[in-house]
Design a protein around this ligand. Structure first.
Ligand SMILES: *[C@@H]1O[C@H](CO)[C@@H](O)[C@H](O)[C@H]1NC(C)=O
Ligand SMILES: *[C@@H]1O[C@H](CO)[C@@H](O)[C@H](O)[C@H]1NC(C)=O
Length: 395
């Protein structure tokens, strides 16, 4: 038996997803094997299974969330997680980053039927901008099944051709008590848009999202930027929309190095990451394909003092900065968000990954790990794994 042993969990009926597997770690690393309360507190296992019934006495074990479209932030002593059942926007809150079982949950928004944003709600993020809360999310009409008249324009297949970005607004200082209402569509010129996020810069507010070059291009999925007048209004016309990243490197394609065409080549899930010490601005994004082992994180760096709307001010790292770790069965790692530990001294990455890379999207679960910074100011992400890891500082 190696480091990891897989056992069938007794008498549990998994609701969905990963199928009721219980993961045990053996042998236990020294700092987590003690019986004292403090040593138990100091290690945890960010788990990735459905239907667990046995509580470990040694680890913090999460997680029953197989929903990958989640995003974590911290506000006033709480960790918040936005996620979606595909039909709504849901907010969870937890006092700890490492356990989302049995936490409070609240549906922020359920769309009415018959709208362009009624189905496939994906990747909601909640941002506080100028004192007001905004949820930015992806959605489509009628589960986006394009008619033959639309489908015929796409070169290979026509996925997600009607996916667009939308905004909810909520007033109040506290996201938990704020009432959220539909605000508007965030204009992407009637073209494919998913995974949109806000990018804040001294020069203003921007929308960065995954885009196609034309209405029916289908692949590749690139990263686009537009300038915003406010969190729900785009200031720049289509002619000023800029593509700041294209999946052109071998690891941004799938299979690795795919030569024949751009099918499945993706840049998506963009997230702003600021080095507070140096002021460097990064955009961490997911590359390759979310349903297989090759999904990984890439990095764009904005020139200090550069213009986010100028593609040549963005510099792509030639290699992924976070990627699969077969030695620990951690595959398909991507779609990150970033938070601080409770005492503000540590940086943490929250992401999704797969233990079994052969089962596609349903195998994705959330994980969190600490990361640090390199001497050149770039983030230094760990190898993905399952721990046990020390809990965030101050927890
Ligand atoms: C719904 O989406 C279609 C296709 O993108 C678009 O032509 C139409 O104007 C949209 N309807 C509304 C009310 O925005
Ligand atoms: C906040 O408001 C100021 C003044 O109206 C504006 O210049 C700035 O862009 C706004 N910031 C965001 C993030 O909306």
């Amino acid at each position: 038996m190696g480091m990891l042993a897989l056992l069938r969990a007794p008498s549990t009926a998994p609701r969905e997803g990963t199928g009721g597997l219980l993961l045990l770690l053996s042998p236990l690393p020294p700092r987590c094997s003690g019986e004292s309360t403090s040593s138990r507190r100091n290690c945890w296992l960010f788990m990735a299974v459905e239907g667990l019934t046995r509580k470990s006495r040694t680890y913090f074990r999460t997680n029953s969330f197989s929903e990958p479209h989640r995003w974590v932030f911290r506000h006033d002593g709480w960790y918040y997680m936005t996620y979606t059942t595909n039909d709504d926007v849901t907010l969870l809150r937890s006092q700890v980053l490492t356990d989302w079982n049995n936490v409070e949950s609240k549906v922020l928004f359920t769309p009415p039927p018959g709208k362009n944003y009624s189905t496939d709600l994906w990747a909601p993020e909640l941002h506080q901008l100028n004192g007001t809360w905004y949820v930015i999310f992806t959605a489509d009409p009628r589960s986006d099944s394009p008619s033959p008249e639309v489908d015929m324009y796409c070169p290979y297949n026509c996925p997600a051709v009607h996916h667009r970005m939308y905004v909810l607004e909520g007033h109040g200082s506290d996201p938990w008590s704020a009432n959220f209402a539909y605000k508007t569509q965030l204009d992407t010129y009637d073209q494919f848009a998913i995974d949109g996020t806000y990018f804040q810069h001294t020069s203003g507010l921007y929308h960065i999202y995954s885009c196609w070059t034309t209405q029916y291009a289908a692949w590749p999925a690139n990263l686009c930027i537009t300038k915003l007048e406010n969190p729900w209004t785009v200031a720049s016309p289509f002619s000023e929309r800029q593509i700041i990243s294209v999946p052109s490197l071998p690891w941004e394609k799938t299979p690795y190095g795919r030569a024949e065409n751009d099918r499945l080549s993706s840049n998506e899930g963009p997230q702003q990451l600021t080095n507070l010490r140096t002021g460097q601005q990064f955009l961490i994004y997911s590359a390759a394909r979310s349903d297989n082992r090759n999904y990984c994180l890439g990095l764009l760096e904005l020139t200090l003092g550069g213009d986010p709307m100028n593609p040549s001010d963005w510099h792509k790292h030639q290699y992924p900065v976070f990627y699969q770790n077969p030695a620990e069965s951690a595959f398909g790692v991507g779609h990150a968000s970033f938070v601080l530990s409770p005492d503000g001294t540590e940086d943490w990455i929250v992401y999704h990954g797969m233990q079994d890379p052969t089962n596609g999207w349903s195998a994705r679960t959330i994980r969190a790990q600490k990361f640090t910074w390199n001497d050149d100011g770039t983030p230094n992400f760990p190898k993905p794994g399952y721990g046990p890891y020390e809990t965030p500082s101050g927890q």
